[in-house]
Design a protein around this ligand. Structure first.
Ligand SMILES: Cc1cc2nc3c(=O)[nH]c(=O)nc-3n(C[C@H](O)[C@H](O)[C@H](O)COP(=O)(O)OP(=O)(O)OC[C@H]3O[C@@H](n4cnc5c(N)ncnc54)[C@H](O)[C@@H]3O)c2cc1C
Length: 324
């Protein structure tokens, strides 16, 4: 069994930032990641542009130079690869953490490949692995996707896009522009206010002119290989359909967090209990970093504003070690 001072679960931007701070502090640390480096970013739509300018996505003082002020996904992948090699970070990829238990003062981490023991643990788990399901008949058909990569497969196809937030709007516009026949199914009575201000008029005008059809205040109730059923204010509508792109959001791995003893606040967002000045959870020496601390508010914390968690956590852990 390998023993460490600190293990970080998740090699997203914030897990990497924690690794950098741990390295700077001379700690014996390891980052364990279930997928590839910055796995969530890798699974974002291929043509996505970040809403942040590149310098706001920087970690570890490595400059992020991009072609436009706001970088695109391949530039971000390149950047975080560069960060990893510049700092020679200790990362194990394609190794999912399956279980965390406590053995006296230490954590025991069981992965698909081995068991580790560590004094302190950082969960930088993100939120992109668990999509909200529609929970309707037919959701398990292969034509239903909860992740979107690129528009080409949808050329000439009848596509239903579910949702009204940024992802749904981007997907609807991109697939329509590349030759799909797009229908949006939207639970609310309008496109979400949070949609990027420079995209909002585009989608609203496409809907107004009828290029993209939208059913507001409506939900999908059934999916079959060749159709979808939609509950609308005017009654049940059945549409012929080839693909369903369910852009209904994602949520953090609450069950996994609960299994380690993390408690949640009594609020609407299932916010984990943590100390804002140290980022330590209710479990001693177990820290939370990045987007995962927002609970269901997955847009409250992002790379820009959670990069700072890394320094806070490592400073606190250093103080604890020094006090012993
Ligand atoms: C389309 C889109 C655009 C965005 N644009 C921006 C932007 O412009 N600016 C910005 O600041 N933010 C943006 N965000 C948000 C930002 O990407 C996230 O907030 C950010 O990825 C959070 O970083 P993180 O390290 O906390 O989590 P993540 O990047 O999600 O990393 C978590 C990692 O943990 C791994 N993991 C999870 N469970 C386990 C396990 N059991 N074992 C091992 N590994 C595990 C995952 O595979 C993942 O790699 C955007 C998000 C989306 C969806």
């Amino acid at each position: 069994m390998e023993g460490r001072d600190l293990i970080i679960i998740g090699a997203g931007p914030i897990g990497l930032a924690c690794g950098i701070e741990a390295k700077k502090a001379g700690l014996d640390y390891l980052i364990i990641e279930k997928g590839c480096l910055v796995n969530s970013l890798y699974n974002y739509p291929h043509n996505m542009t970040f809403f942040s300018t590149s310098e706001r996505l920087e970690i570890g003082d490595v400059p992020f130079v991009s072609n436009s002020p706001k970088p695109m996904r391949p530039e971000a992948l390149e950047y975080y690869r560069r960060v990893c090699t510049s700092w020679k970070l200790n990362v194990r990829l394609y190794e999912e953490v399956q279980k965390v238990t406590k053995d006296n003062e230490r954590f025991l981490i069981t992965t698909a490949k081995g068991i580790y023991s560590t004094k302190a643990l950082v969960l930088a788990l993100g939120f992109y692995d668990r999509p909200y399901l529609l929970n309707v008949e037919g959701e398990n058909l292969s034509k239903v996707k909860h992740y979107y990569d690129e528009p080409h497969p949808y050329f000439g196809q009848r596509v239903a896009v579910i949702g009204a937030a940024n992802s749904a709007v981007d997907v609807a516009l991109e697939t329509w522009r590349k030759g799909a026949e797009v229908t949006m199914v939207i639970r609310e009575d309008k496109i979400r206010e949070s949609v990027k201000y420079w995209v909002r008029p585009d989608i609203e005008n496409r809907i107004k002119e009828g290029s993209i059809k939208a059913y507001f205040s409506s939900t999908v109730t059934k999916i079959t290989p060749s159709a979808i059923e939609i509950e609308t204010p005017e009654g049940l509508v059945t549409l012929e359909n080839d693909f369903v792109l369910a852009m209904t959001g994602y949520q953090p791995p609450f069950e996994f967090m609960k299994s380690i003893g993390i408690r949640f606040q009594q609020d609407d967002f299932h916010t984990p209990v943590y100390n804002e000045t140290t980022m330590e959870s209710n479990v001693p020496n177990l820290y939370l970093a990045g987007v995962v601390i927002g609970g269901l508010q997955t847009n409250k914390w992002f790379i820009e504003n959670s990069r700072v968690h890394a320094e806070v956590i490592i400073n606190d852990f250093k103080k604890k070690i020094a006090a012993k």
